[in-house]
Design a protein around this ligand. Sequence first.
Ligand code: HAM
Length: 442
Amino acid sequence: MAQKLQSVRGMNDLLPSQIARWHRVEAVLRAVGWAYGYQEIRTPMVEQAELFTQSIGDQTDIVQKEMYIFADRERQQLALRPEATASVVRACNQHGLLHNAQQRLWYLGPMFRRERPQQGRYRQFHQFGVEAFGWAEPDMDAEVLRLSARIWRRLQVRDVHLQINTLGSPQNQQAYRQALQDYFGKHRQQLDADSVRRLDTNPLRILDSKVADTMALVADAPDLRLFLDDEIRRRFERLCELLHQAELPFTVNPRLVRGLDYYTGTVFEWVTEQLGAQNAVCAGGRYDRLVENRGGHVCPAVGFALGLERMVELLRAQEESDDNAANVTNSAPADIYVLSVTENKSVTTEATASVATVSEMLRDADADYKIIAHYGGGKLNKQMKRAAASGARFAVITNADAHAANPVQVKKLHAADAQQPMHTINLNALAAWLKDNFSFSK
Ligand code: HAM
């Protein structure tokens, strides 16, 4: 027997039994994006590798360890996108979307990072992101945070908390980096191996270390706030004011740094305690230099991305703990199940044809019906069992022996109607009969 192939590690199938929760989340994301006037943009999953190396930073973990890079047949270095901010900036520059224009954009799709898979961390995962181009003031930082808070409200997600920080201008970051190198350099022996490696390349990331000895050093490391210039400080204070006005609770976490180098100014994360080590559900910030660094005009920008797997998992855990099983219907039940009876075992093809014809006719009559056609014949009681299992309210039984399957019989399937007899109805009156009976029993 041929060997059964498995999916690639860290890349998951989404099965029909899981999809309803995804649809619910996606519908809310689209609706909230729409409510704030954001427009959808779709960019390719594959880009030139250098787009990410240059945008995210060539010393970041994403670029150093996690990107899927490959040479195509023309030996071009391509990459599966690890995130979409760089792609959206590229697309805006390429199509002139930012020429004398501001843009509010959103996207949703798969991203790829070759991280060590664990709960909430996958190699293919999905992000919903928003990016606002052309606004420098913190009103827009506040808008994207309000937008994200509305997503939690609409999905009734609890237990997510907002942390914010500001990383300062590139000059502030440079001075801070130097201060960190001086400080950690003096304690090199106490640092873990990863942090030693980061000391020269990306010392800010040492602040993120989860190693106990390094964390003890981090506690006394220089404070970024001392390195901020007045303008950055003013904007951050204004953002805090705006969030207070919006009654959006938050914590200032001066140690919050991000794994991507393009940030300038505000950074933030929505974190939860429900997902173990992978506690960030949504994260982002300002990246006021990226558009010009990628060949565009000067254009301030701010945005975030939300991890759908983490979001769906959070909802699942919450609904299970609420014992709210009613909310978790996996797939919508059918409305109508169409089957056929025949005395003659050899006429299955006619039976199938009559089932298909009647199903199509009903779909023409009302595009909102969910209609399941039963193919392959079989004993009537078996077919009726399938009809009941589909959750349908009506079984329509065609007679394959009769010409043009006319008339048909209809049986109401729901428990409350179980005692009602079969109704015999002419085909040309069937759609109207169903419509009446649907609205009557809804
Ligand atoms: P990020 O922090 O790398 O930011 O990712 C954002 C979110 O994507 C994370 O908070 C998490 O929920 C989810 N995520 C990241 N990696 C994984 C993974 N391996 N498995 C499952 N979920 C994951 C960005 O990607 C930026 N582009 C966000 C941004 C947009 N900044 C400005 N605009």
